[in-house]
Write a new protein. Structure first.
Length: 327
């Protein structure tokens, strides 16, 4: 039995190799989970054949199956393709000539849902406590939900009124505005987080999770106040990668549920979500006359073309056309 165990350790299976490759490249845990799940589905779809013995035809057959029979969205199909590309490039070291020619599904171009200023006010009034503070940051600072929940103490600059978003989408850092209206609530939240931190310290709870390179270089940095989460979770949880039981940041499901409940309570019938508050932030800044490059930097968009979609939102029903019914 010991021999079998040592043999398995020397020869990890395919999915373990995918996990290892993802962690070496510092991919997020969610991305790692998604890639492992797609590789598993790809292999099972082809009768457990090893990907090394498959090629472009099998990849295209799998993607076609997802689109035709699974009726998945283009973004889902592209995620599956990204997982397969990762498998061949970084796990199997496979020649990529045929992979480069696999056609990606085109995502339909849709305008984002945007709330009016009055609707944002009603939404926030229908919320209380920490969910309200997080929602106010999503709208007031243009944050993605996970960017807000992953804020650390040192990322909040109350003196200069700004937030530092570390390792945002695309692995980029950026600064964004900190609304004056959340300053008091954020100060109280930091005081509560400090109390939780001191209690964990007294109880010998391991420090918070750190970026892997930093954790190796400064193994005790996770016990420092400046690295603590601004929005710590109410309970300890086990880290799925390291197995260490520590305090994580708030989980996004609670905030998402609170926003959905507030939308109902406020009588807002638009198909809105947490991300709608970020869309509203960008649209309202453009309405106020800020230039698109400034909005691009605050949102952290790589290409200004991504930010340009909000100019299309501004143009809806503002083209100067009068309906013949109104005449």
């Amino acid at each position: 039995m010991c021999a079998n165990t040592s043999s398995a350790a020397r020869h990890p299976n395919l999915l373990d190799r995918v996990r290892e490759a993802a962690r070496v490249r510092h991919l997020s845990y969610r991305t790692e989970q998604a890639y492992v799940a797609w590789v598993k589905r790809f292999v099972l779809f082809h009768g457990k054949r090893h990907p090394r013995h498959m090629g472009k035809g099998e990849v295209e057959a799998f993607l076609t199956h997802l689109a035709v029979e699974g009726q998945v969205a283009a973004s889902t199909q592209n995620q599956a393709l990204a997982a397969i590309l990762f498998l061949y490039r970084h796990v199997l070291d496979h020649e990529l000539g045929w992979l480069e020619n696999v056609v990606r599904a085109r995502r339909p171009r849709r305008l984002p849902v945007v709330l009016s200023r009055e609707e944002v006010g009603r939404l926030l009034q229908a919320m209380t406590g920490t969910p309200r503070l997080v929602a106010a940051l999503l709208y007031g600072s243009g944050l993605r939900l996970m960017e807000a929940l992953r804020l650390r103490v040192q990322d909040v600059d109350l003196e200069y009124g700004q937030l530092l978003i570390r390792d945002g989408k695309g692995g980029k850092d950026r600064h964004t505005v900190l609304p004056e209206k959340v300053r008091q609530g954020l100060t109280r939240q930091l005081e509560r987080a400090r109390g939780t931190f001191e209690q964990d310290w007294a109880n010998g709870v391991p420090g918070v999770e750190l970026p892997s390179a930093l954790a190796r270089k400064y193994p005790t940095a996770g016990l420092e106040w400046r690295w603590q989460w601004v929005f710590p979770a109410p309970r300890l949880s086990t880290d799925p990668r390291s197995g260490v039981r520590r305090r994580h940041h708030l989980y996004e499901q609670g905030i998402q549920r609170a926003v959905r409940a507030a939308l109902r309570a406020a009588g807002i019938d638009k198909p809105a979500s947490c991300h709608t508050l970020r869309h509203s932030f960008a649209t309202h800044l453009l309405e106020d006359g800020y230039d698109i490059r400034t909005v691009q930097e605050l949102l952290g968009h790589k290409d200004v073309k991504t930010t340009m979609i909000y100019t299309h939102v501004l143009q809806r029903n503002r083209a100067g056309v009068v309906s013949p019914l109104d005449r």
